[in-house]
Design a protein around this ligand. Structure first.
Ligand SMILES: [Zn+2]
Length: 194
């Protein structure tokens, strides 16, 4: 008999009573200390909540005025998370048109996306003392397709990897004037490579 993909109910039945705490105390990058335990796994919902801007209706990206994007091309637009957060800068790339998931992009736009990812990563990496740029797509918040570029500071081994997204909320916000300089560097590099 063929093995069927696990249903939500089966996953819940198998996992709810069998959660375990990974050895976070051995992970250098784990941001928290103290006694910890997994949260109770809640049963599956019948239907997931639609994402923000579902189907383009009430979509903030589609409705945002052109002026809110410091860098745009014919088919793409880029904005920076503001006010500043803990990381040196976070910029977000979106297609102008409302596409939900990467697999929805027509081939031409998908190919151009590859070029955009490289250009923007390179531009963010040009900020002095940035150790790496994490290029991420989560996809469960706003439906309008968007890619994160998270600059993480160099020379802090604790800040490497995926927890950089959490450290972003733990580090105190970057002073505004430094953030502005960082954004200016990104925009300068983008104009140079464009
Ligand atoms: Zn949209």
């Amino acid at each position: 008999m063929p093995v069927m993909p696990e249903t939500a109910e089966e996953l819940y039945a198998r996992a709810a009573g069998a959660l375990h705490m990974p050895p976070v105390e051995t992970w250098d990058t784990f941001p928290f200390d103290g006694e910890m335990h997994p949260r109770v796994l809640r049963p599956p919902v019948d239907v997931e909540e639609p994402r923000l801007g579902n189907g383009g209706v009430g979509c903030r990206s589609c409705a945002a005025p052109e002026g809110t994007y410091p860098w745009t091309t014919e088919r793409w637009k880029l904005h920076a998370i503001h006010p500043p957060t803990g990381l040196p800068i976070i910029v977000i790339l979106e297609p102008r048109a409302h596409y939900a998931d990467p697999g929805d992009l027509p081939d031409e736009l998908a190919a151009e996306l590859g070029v955009m990812l490289a250009r923007i990563e390179r531009a963010v990496r040009a900020i002095p003392n940035v150790g790496r740029v994490h290029v991420c797509r989560w996809g469960d918040g706003s439906e309008h397709l968007h890619w994160w570029f998270m600059a993480r500071p160099a020379r802090f081994p604790q800040l490497i990897g995926s927890f950089a997204a959490i450290w972003d909320d733990i580090l105190p916000p970057l002073p505004e004037e430094i953030w502005r300089d960082n954004l200016a560097i990104v925009l300068r590099e983008l104009s140079r490579s464009g």
